[in-house]
Design a protein. Structure first.
Length: 165
């Protein structure tokens, strides 16, 4: 079967990797044509996504879906509709909220890491120590929450149980 969707991605993007993993976990890789691009220069990406960010998923009807969490949720729905109803993201209640919180924590940590990397490429006199310190702290707190929450995650307890008051 020919792919019905197009995924614009960059191999260096952790958000692209997340979407590509979810597609494979859901058994949807045959429905998605993966198009590796440079998000800084690719004109086709700009035609589909006003933010010019990866990942961007273009549906069969031409609609563009962007932001990795939104794409993952959409792919989960597609998998549920096309299979025995199983997916990765819980569909309701506290289980869904907990899964989305874990995804949000991971996305935030990846964004902070990306900001650190980007700022490290700037000339030293153009860097902001306060921004770098804030991003470093966010990454470390995220790592601590993940390490402290592995057992909570396995037990299905909410991520909020890990956050100090």
């Amino acid at each position: 079967m020919a792919p019905t969707m197009q995924l614009y991605y960059a191999p260096t993007s952790p958000f692209s990797r997340k979407v590509r993993i979810i597609a494979r976990e859901l058994g949807l890789e045959g429905k998605i044509a993966e198009i590796m691009i440079d998000p800084w220069t690719d004109a086709a990406l700009r035609e589909h996504n006003p933010l010019a960010k990866v990942p961007t998923l273009v549906l069969e009807n031409g609609m563009a879906v962007f932001e990795s969490a939104v794409i993952c949720d959409y792919l989960d729905e597609v998998a549920r509709a096309n299979s025995d109803g199983t997916g990765i993201i819980p569909q309701e209640g506290s289980e869904r909220l907990n899964a989305l919180q874990w995804q949000g924590l991971s996305d935030g940590m990846m964004a902070a890491t990306g900001r650190l990397f980007a700022d490290s490429k700037r000339p030293e006199n153009e860097r902001s120590d306060s921004v770098m310190d804030r991003q470093h702290a966010a990454v470390q707190r995220s790592i601590d929450a993940i390490e402290g929450g592995i057992l909570s995650l396995a037990a299905g307890r909410p991520i909020s149980a890990l956050c100090p008051s």
